[in-house]
Design a protein around this ligand. Sequence first.
Ligand code: C2E
Ligand code: MG
Ligand code: MG
Ligand code: MG
Length: 274
Amino acid sequence: MELMNQSVHLESELKKALAGNEFRLFYQPKVNLSTGKIEGMEALIRWEHPEKGLIPPAEFIPIAEESGLIIPMGEWVLRNACLQTKEWIESGFSPLVMSVNLSVRQLYQPNLVEAVEQILKETQLAPEYLELEITESMMVDKNLVIEVIKELRTLGVQMSLDDFGTGYSSLHYLNEFQIDSIKIDQSFIRNCTSNSYNSSIVKMIIEMAHRLNLKIVAEGVETKEELIFLQKNSCNQGQGYLFSRPLPAEEISKRILEIEEIVSQKGIFQQLHN
Ligand code: C2E
Ligand code: MG
Ligand code: MG
Ligand code: MG
């Protein structure tokens, strides 16, 4: 009962937060591991609570999902991420692909494709600059998801499979779902240089992605050792605290050169190319 009251309370707070514009998007760069260049950004939502400060998505997405509020919230995220991408591209920071996370409920919403199309039109962002991230755990109704992905790709949007390796889907899905890239879950990247199980899994996923002609991205790259391991194994892109934590747009823009420089200063790219 207590728990239920809490979640009802949170739900009404979330509604107010959406109306009161208390949500913020933070951005985390996706770095090309062979050039060090930033090629994309992932938009990650935060709630700037007037009293409690910044609240991470894990604490409110589940309630938003349950209550259905995730639909307007998700559209808010899409619209703002598209606007920000447009702004970055116009300021010469290009080409840059923006990744937006979808929730289960959004994926199964009957007019998702129309909503995405509408937002692209409204913000005048070319569809190739938008990528949608979905996870294996969303593949409950396989045929429906295959169809939705197909329609989204017809719009020209890219599709990515997030948290790869943590779900329970069969490898068949990689063929049936027309995705463009796979993100290796950060739990495998963690200690991939010291843990031989993680090391084997990461190598295997990268190899598999290359054979299937899919782009492969590592999430949660925290150390130089992990980076070198990923580069040696030809992982295409990396994302993680080593490069940058998710930051507000203005802070990321100010740090773009720095982020690319941090990488080359560490000598990581030279080291490999010598
Ligand atoms: P995700 O999409 O897998 O995002 C990666 C999470 O890992 C982010 O947490 C990011 O801040 C964190 N991370 C990135 N690099 C590192 C690293 O080097 N080390 C560690 N320990 N963590 C790292 P965040 O922002 O708290 O988001 C958590 C999850 O919430 C996301 O996982 C995504 O599933 C969901 N989420 C975030 N924003 C949205 C959104 O706008 N819509 C929906 N539907 N879900 C969202
Ligand atoms: Mg993601
Ligand atoms: Mg992930
Ligand atoms: Mg995750």
